[in-house]
Structures are given as structure tokens and as C-alpha cells.
Design a protein around this ligand. Structure first.
Ligand SMILES: NC(=O)c1ccc[n+]([C@@H]2O[C@H](COP(=O)([O-])OP(=O)(O)OC[C@H]3O[C@@H](n4cnc5c(N)ncnc54)[C@H](OP(=O)(O)O)[C@@H]3O)[C@@H](O)[C@H]2O)c1
Length: 236
């Protein structure tokens, strides 16, 4: 007897996990986009043809950083950056994370937020992972932004490589975390816009802490081997 004969509904074929949406027309904003990580991501995405707006606490600083990058990148204060963007990358230091997001709750409502913040401490022994009360920076973002679509990604990138115009490819995987597959698909597609980069779904936000913390290990690797280490997930 076939499944149809038995009266049960046949399952639709599983979707190819590498089938990702076209994100070329989406505008990407970067909060804290005047810093190394923010400028680096803005540069790579703009170089790939994405419309990018750099955000700052001061519009003038954003304007200067955007003009230096060229490639059609614009600058604005963080609120305008959030308002005008479809996807908003959070690239502020951990210390300013909660306050920044709280102040932009309205502007970020309905937006796809991509948190790349790594809560780290530094002492004589090097970098170590902090454990935020909410579990991770990404979960803190989700708690503070109930009307936004919060994801986590781009934690393991080297800003030095991102910003070096002589580097043509950024060979690394980007672990993408989130609750809604349609949103993590968009972030994976965004990562894939950058030559050499691949976005890999890596679980729900409750697993963001390990991904954020792994940066402490990468910093140790970089110090030991004088490298700008990235990550590859094998057998995919
Ligand atoms: N650097 C990397 O290689 C790397 C890699 C992966 C992930 N990340 C993560 O990305 C984030 C940014 O890193 P970064 O190295 O670019 O940091 P950063 O240069 O120290 O800060 C980025 C920008 O955030 C703004 N900012 C500074 N303090 C702030 C505060 N208290 N509240 C709100 N905004 C503040 C500043 O812009 P304005 O003064 O113009 O507002 C600054 O230019 C961090 O959370 C880090 O964990 C960094």
C-alpha cells in the first residue's frame, strides 16, 4: 500500500539547503560601521555590489568613513542607518551593545538584524569569553528587539583581511544562527556575496554563545602563528 492509499499526505521533497534567496537588491546597514569590523564588512559587501550604509553615533564620522571606502557606500547616524536598511549588521563593541540596541528598538522593528558581536574579556593571559546574562550577545539582541528578526553571523572574520584591498578572496565559512530559516537563508546568501565566503546554518540562537566564544580561541591562534585565521566546516 502506498502512502496515498493509506490516506496520509505525502511529504514535499526536502528543500536543497544550499538553495538561497537573491539578496542583491537589499540594502545593508552597519551599526558601528566606522570601526574595523564594520568598515571591513561594508567594504567587502559594497565591492560585491551590495548597497551599504555605514552607521555611527555621529553622522559626520560615518560620512567620512563612507567617503574613504567609496564604492557608493553612504554614511548616516545609527538611527537613520537602521531606518533605511533591510538588513542591519550590529558591529559595536560588546560594552555598547545593549544601550545601542535599546535606543534603536523602533528603527529596527521588522528588520533583519545580524549580530556579529563577540563578548570577550582581555587580561594578561589573553582573550577569554564572557557569558552574558541572556546567554550570548545574539540572545541579548533578541531579548531587546522583540519586533526584529535577530540572527547571529560574521563573528570569525579578520577585519585586517576584510579591509585589505589586495586580498581578493576571504576564504572562510560564516556560521549563521537564528530561529527562522527564511532569515538565516538571507544571511547565508549575504555571506556568499563575498568571494571565498560561505554561509553555513549553525543552529538556533541558544547556541550562539559557543560561536561568539570561539573568537577567543581564534585570537590565541592568531597570536601564536601570526595569522588571520578563519574557519572551514568540513564534509559539507
Ligand atoms: N575587529 C574584528 O576583527 C572583529 C571580527 C569579528 C567580530 N567583531 C565584533 O565586531 C564588533 C566591532 O568590532 P571593532 O573592532 O570594529 O570595534 P570598535 O572599532 O571598537 O568599534 C566599532 C564602532 O562602534 C562605535 N562604538 C564604540 N564604542 C561604542 C559604544 N560604547 N556604544 C556604541 N557604539 C560604540 C564606534 O563608532 P562611532 O564612534 O562612530 O559611533 C566604533 O567605531 C565587536 O563587538 C567585535 O566583537 C570584530
Amino acid at each position: 500500500m502506498t502512502s496515498t492509499d493509506s490516506g496520509s499526505t505525502p511529504k514535499p521533497p526536502a528543500k536543497d539547503p544550499w538553495e538561497l534567496p537573491d539578496v542583491a537588491d537589499l540594502t545593508v546597514g552597519v551599526l558601528g560601521g566606522t570601526g574595523d569590523q564594520g568598515r571591513g564588512l561594508a567594504y567587502r559587501l559594497a565591492r560585491a555590489g551590495q548597497k551599504v550604509i555605514i552607521g555611527s553615533r555621529a553622522a559626520e564620522r560615518a560620512g567620512t568613513a563612507a567617503a574613504e571606502l567609496g564604492l557608493g557606500v553612504e554614511g548616516a547616524d545609527n538611527a537613520e542607518c537602521a531606518r533605511r536598511s533591510d538588513i542591519v549588521i550590529v558591529a559595536v563593541p560588546w560594552e555598547g551593545h545593549a544601550k545601542t540596541l535599546e535606543s534603536l528598538r523602533d528603527e529596527l522593528a521588522g528588520k533583519l538584524v545580524v549580530d556579529c558581536v563577540n563578548p570577550l574579556g582581555f587580561d594578561k593571559k589573553g582573550a577569554y569569553a564572557l557569558r552574558p546574562e541572556e546567554g550570548s550577545a545574539a540572545e541579548q539582541a533578541a531579548a531587546l528587539l522583540p519586533e526584529s528578526r535577530v540572527t547571529g553571523a560574521f563573528h570569525h572574520l579578520s577585519a585586517v583581511l576584510l579591509l585589505d584591498p589586495a586580498v581578493g578572496q576571504i576564504d572562510t565559512d560564516v556560521m549563521v544562527l537564528g530561529e527562522v530559516r527564511a532569515d538565516t537563508d538571507i544571511v547565508q546568501a549575504l555571506a556568499a556575496r563575498i568571494p571565498g565566503m560561505r554561509g553555513v546554518f549553525a543552529g538556533r540562537l541558544r547556541n550562539a554563545h559557543q560561536v561568539e566564544s570561539l573568537v577567543a580561541n581564534l585570537i590565541s591562534v592568531n597570536r601564536r602563528y601570526k595569522a588571520h585565521a578563519g574557519l572551514r566546516v568540513t564534509d559539507l
